[in-house]
Each structure stands twice: as structure tokens, then as C-alpha cells.
Design a protein around this ligand. Structure first.
Ligand code: SAH
Length: 369
């Protein structure tokens, strides 16, 4: 284990501070108010990873900043690229915890899948992340850093206005974003800022398993698109798949969707539905789904179950998925089947992280010096 020197531990990370917090920090530091704006530009528009490159600041000021502050990026513990050009980064934070961030390039867009927690407390029975023991919230800095690491790796600084590789962000990585609302909100406000990373709220989708009491606030304060992990049309089935359903059952969840601020036919709520053989994939389930969604500006995203070792489910056969999709589509909803991407780099939730833990466990621990 390496121990940081006292001067290192004392330095405060500026990445992850919102505009107001950065301004307050600079005032306390004795700097003029416009310094905060210059720093913002360097950190979030130019992607500066150290003060030395900030040429619009005097050398003396840069040196002074560097004695008190740092611009901290998590370390990249693994990086994988799929033959389909999906890229996956495993990030390690100073406490040794790790999360995954995935970039999925498509014809017209590039989506970054961002994590909000280390592990997850919801224990959805088909999700691999739920089997991981350690859970903690990510800080705003750690959430923002995922976007910055992707921009670093894709050589996408300064933040371009056009022809971006990161056009969209989905909070669909590890964790439940609405159980870490404050940090997710702080991070998204930084990510959306037009003078920085500049990814508009219209290009950001937050996926929730259905933390009903937080949904309205999310819509009002952040105005991002909403995706809901529905996965079942009956409470007894959903109780098993998404145990949070026992607290917030389907009727309450759908009522919160009906009143989600800002949703409209132009901005529909996405309902995610994982296709599990013999569990939730019958034509009757599809018809019930259509009935439940009546009156909600909705689109349905059918997700073929991503198998993981020891999972108690199998993916529905292609034919069952097609029949299901046709029924939903015939009722007037778009119902695309999500194409699995990056299978060769363990793209299913949490798989890369657990592979890395296994790898490290097989290496003997070094003896203390
Ligand atoms: N906690 C949030 C976001 C994280 S998961 C949520 O539940 O929405 C992102 C999506 O992937 C969710 O719809 C989740 O249910 C789904 N998912 C998790 N494990 C999966 C698996 N093995 N196969 C297919 N989809 C999975």
C-alpha cells in the first residue's frame, strides 16, 4: 500500500465543485471572482488535468493553486475495447473502490453509460451488481470524472459543439441514481453547464428502479429524461425481480410516471423491460404492459437478459421477444430490442468489475515490509 504525503492529503480536489462552490473556494483562497470562471473553463471545457497548462493564469497563481488544490482523476484500472468499438473503463478511486463506465458508439450518436454508486442496495434478482457486497455512494466528483475520463480517452477536449463522440449520457451503470440524489444532481448540473462539458439535459437519461418519492424532484430540478426499470406487469412478479416494488408497487410507480414533470409525446418516458424466459415474456404480459402504459407518453425498451455466471434466469428466445415487441408496437409504442453491445468485453452490468476482483484475489497479497 502506498501512503500519501501530508501535503498530498491536504490538497483539495477542485473537480466536482459546482460553480457556486468553486467561486466560494476562490474567494476563501483570496483570488479575484473571475478566477473561478477561468478555472471552470480550464477544468470542464478544456479538460485540464493540472494547473501547469492553464496559460491564461499567471505562473505564480498556477503555482499557488497547485500547493493547495489538485485536479484529481480516478486511476484507470482497466480499459477494454470491443470489436464493435464499445469501450469500457474500470475506474479506481483512492479508497480502492471501483466502478465501470461504458461508451457505446452508434451511427448518429455516442452514449456514455455512467455509474452512480459502487455496488447497489436494491438486489434486483437478475442484476449482477446486486450481488456485489460493497456499496457506497459516488461523490459528485466521481460521477463527473467518468465523463472526463471518457473525454480524455476519446481525445475530445476542448468540449466540441459538433461531431461529438459523447453525445448522450445514460445513468444506467452501477447503482440506483435516485438513492444518491444529491450527488447525482450536483454532478449533472456540472455536466449540463453550457460553458463546460455542455451535455444538454435533453441528451441525459436517468434510469431508476422506481424510487417514487424522488421522481418528481428529479424532473423538476434536473429536467432530464426518465427511464424506468419496469420489467414486470404484475406486483407478485415484480416483487421478485425488483424487490423495491414491495415499497413502491406498480400502480404508485406508474402514477409518478404520469405526473413526471416535462414528459410529453416529444419527450417520452422509456420503460425498460428485461426479457426473462418464462418469467415475464408471454403475449399476455405484453398485452398487460400496453394496458398499464395507457395515457403515459411512453416508449418501451426490450432488453435481452444479459447472462452472468450463476444467474437464476435465462434470456427469452428471439421468437418470444419478437412476438412481445410486435404486440407492444401494434399498440402504438415504439418497442426496440436493445442490441447487446460489447459482449466480448463483459458488457453486462458489473461483470468487468467482478472479473477484476477475481483476478486480484488470485494474486497473493504482498507481505508487509
Ligand atoms: N438502478 C437503475 C440503473 C441501473 S441498471 C435502474 O434500475 O434502472 C440499468 C438497466 O439495466 C436497468 O433497467 C436494469 O434493470 C438493467 N439490467 C441489470 N442487469 C441486467 C442484466 N443482467 N440483463 C439485462 N438488463 C439488466
Amino acid at each position: 500500500m502506498t501512503t500519501a504525503s501530508p501535503s498530498e492529503t491536504a490538497r483539495r480536489n477542485l473537480v466536482g465543485l459546482g460553480r457556486d462552490a468553486l467561486a466560494a473556494e476562490m474567494t476563501a483562497f483570496g483570488a479575484e471572482p473571475f478566477r473561478a470562471r477561468q478555472l471552470w473553463h480550464w477544468i470542464y471545457h478544456r479538460g485540464a488535468a493540472d494547473f501547469g497548462v492553464m496559460t491564461s493564469l499567471s505562473k505564480g497563481f498556477r503555482e499557488k493553486l497547485a500547493t493547495t488544490y489538485e485536479l484529481c482523476r480516478p486511476t484507470l484500472s482497466r480499459e477494454l475495447a470491443s470489436i464493435d468499438r464499445t469501450r469500457k473503463w474500470l475506474l479506481r478511486f483512492p479508497d480502492g473502490q471501483e466502478v465501470e463506465t461504458v461508451h457505446i458508439p452508434e451511427e448518429e450518436r455516442g452514449t456514455l453509460c455512467v455509474s452512480s454508486q459502487v455496488g447497489c442496495t436494491l438486489t434486483c434478482s437478475f442484476c449482477h451488481t446486486g450481488t456485489q457486497r460493497l456499496v457506497r455512494n459516488l461523490t459528485a466528483a466521481e460521477i463527473v470524472a467518468q465523463v472526463m475520463i471518457a473525454r480524455d480517452a476519446l481525445c475530445e477536449w476542448p468540449s466540441p459543439q459538433e461531431d461529438r463522440q459523447v453525445t448522450n449520457i445514460v445513468l444506467m451503470g452501477m447503482g440506483e441514481p435516485l438513492l444518491n440524489y444529491e450527488n447525482v444532481a450536483a454532478a449533472l448540473k456540472i455536466i449540463m453547464d453550457p460553458e463546460g462539458l455542455a451535455i444538454s439535459r435533453r441528451k441525459i437519461t436517468l434510469s431508476t428502479a422506481g424510487v417514487v418519492p424522488m421522481m418528481r424532484r428529479c424532473g423538476t430540478e434536473l429536467g432530464v429524461n426518465l427511464a424506468v426499470s419496469l420489467h414486470a406487469v404484475r406486483d407478485d412478479v415484480r416483487d421478485r425481480l425488483v424487490p423495491l416494488n414491495r415499497k413502491y408497487p406498480i400502480a404508485e410507480l406508474l402514477a409518478a410516471c404520469r405526473s413526471y414533470p416535462g414528459s410529453s409525446n416529444a419527450r417520452r418516458i422509456t420503460f425498460e423491460y428485461v426479457m426473462l424466459k418464462g418469467v415475464n415474456d408471454s403475449p399476455a404480459d405484453a398485452r398487460e404492459l400496453v394496458r398499464l402504459l395507457a395515457g403515459i407518453p411512453a416508449k418501451v425498451n426490450l432488453i435481452p437478459f444479459n447472462q452472468w455466471p450463476g444467474a437464476p434466469y435465462e434470456c427469452s428466445p428471439d421468437e418470444a421477444i419478437k412476438v412481445f415487441s410486435d404486440i407492444v408496437f401494434a399498440a402504438g409504442y415504439s418497442a426496440p430490442v436493445r442490441t447487446p453491445r460489447g459482449r466480448d468485453i463483459l458488457a453486462a452490468c458489473g461483470q468487468l468489475k467482478s472479473a477484476s476482483i477475481k483476478l486480484r484475489r488470485s494474486v497473493p497479497e504482498p507481505l508487509p515490509a
